[in-house]
Design a protein around this ligand. Sequence first.
Ligand code: FAD
Length: 328
Amino acid sequence: MEKILVLLHTAADGGLPPAALETLGVAQSLGAAWDLAVLGANAAAAAQSISSGAGKTLAVEGDAFSQSRYSTDAAAAAALIQASGAQIVLAPGTMRFNRALPGVAARLNGAADTHIVAVDPSLNVHRWFYRQRMEGTLTRSTRPWVLLIEPGSNPAATTAAGAPAELLSVPVETRTQVTGFQSPAADQQTIRPGASLLFVAGAGWTKKQKDGATHTGEAGEIILGFVQKTQSSLGSSKSLVDLSGEGQAVLPFLTHLHQVGQTGSTPRHRKGLATCCHGEEPHVVGWRFINERRAINLDPACGWSRGKADVLYVADAFEVMRALAPLL
Ligand SMILES: Cc1cc2nc3c(=O)[nH]c(=O)nc-3n(C[C@H](O)[C@H](O)[C@H](O)COP(=O)(O)OP(=O)(O)OC[C@H]3O[C@@H](n4cnc5c(N)ncnc54)[C@H](O)[C@@H]3O)c2cc1C
């Protein structure tokens, strides 16, 4: 099989993100010779920490490369690919690389494919199409071929330190200055792709309850309290996020980015708990990669009861969650 380059980047803290080790795991599973290249802050040390088994170990680091920026990332990646000479490049499909590497492939007269979930030794690659409803297999003869591996779709490699990295010097000129990050406080961040549990809130949380009144304020406290205590990721049905457009009392922390389903996202988590959500097909199709599914719904005939959940609790979600809180 052709030699592979495992091309990675470090995070701002100089460590390797989980997706990097998953990409290395894919390369190791193919049984081919592989080089390792890392760019970003602390790249040389990060590369050496996992370079056991690599042919060449290469790195690009320095102030210009410590921030994610198209021009510098593309220059560094192109230099690393050329220095390795490998024609098959496996890289994690992170935001940073999804932005930079397709352009790098074009500069090198190669090709790039994104959202790859599996690669076999004959270089047939698998990816999802049509909002993850069809899985396709393809291969290409164009080289170099850059494959961006979907985070969360492969197990992480077992790694060991090895040879030190050869540092490449890449001249760059950029007019873009990164002045810092603006991101919500950690306790406001409710979409956590790495969490083992997805907690989904449906429109039922804002509907009239058995006392004839709505309890949206309490619903918000219950949902946020649970998500923060368990560090789970928060998802929503479309109906609940749409309500804000209809002028109803809604949960202010939910946006369309939380929406799971046919027109929403298809997150990957080990477990999922749906609450006050009916479990209709256009929503449940977004649960494709949730392995163990449970739901709480007042209605024993809801969608979850029809083979869509492993366990359905026919119960009042307010009562269940109120009882659950002290146990956490
Ligand atoms: C083309 C198309 C694309 C779509 N894409 C998406 C999508 O991407 N994502 C998506 O979510 N939907 C999508 N939908 C909409 C989808 O069909 C449903 O309308 C939507 O998912 C319903 O949301 P829901 O279950 O939160 O609300 P509802 O259907 O209103 O269900 C609320 C549920 O809450 C329960 N409930 C109420 N109070 C309680 C309580 N105290 N305890 C427990 N349970 C309670 C009720 O029994 C009910 O089952 C799409 C539809 C179409 C046509």
